[in-house]
Design a protein around this ligand. Sequence first.
Ligand code: PNS
Length: 166
Amino acid sequence: MSEVRTAICPGTFDPITCGHLDIIERAAALFDRVIVLVAADSGKSAMFTPEERRELARAAVAHLGNVEVDGFDGLLVEYARRADAAAVVKGLRSIDDFDRERQMAMMNRRMLPEVDTVLLVTSPHVQYISSSLVRQIWALGGDVGEFVPGPVADALRRKRRQLQQG
Ligand code: PNS
């Protein structure tokens, strides 16, 4: 394993939220290098394209010197193996997250034992935030500015203007 301890923060990030950023910032303090890994196929009703989601993630983590953004559309463990990652870091907001994350962590560890999953409990002030609720509130005309990083809020305002004009 390399001297540089690399962690991967994978997700759909459609869009990246203040909850994601909380986990990424804490991972950046724990590891030498963090890769925010944007899954191409969200499997949900996507708001942003994979390219847009990567760009927004890049803008949101621009203040973090040891964090980079990449995309993938394969198996997470294959990417982790290629990146020589030490860990996958994800956030836990609730017992529902725990159930889902526990299963994925066990499956991933079974496939690639040398990469462990680190689950960080999301900070209380952002624990209620989810990308799907942000998408829903935005689609119904609500203001999501306080739930997402500045560049995402700007992109959502632009998207709204485009919809209103077209
Ligand atoms: O933002 P999400 O929806 O919680 O992200 C889920 C994601 C993309 C991290 C998860 O679905 C994933 O790891 N997908 C990659 C494909 C894969 O490796 N699947 C097996 C997981 S055990």
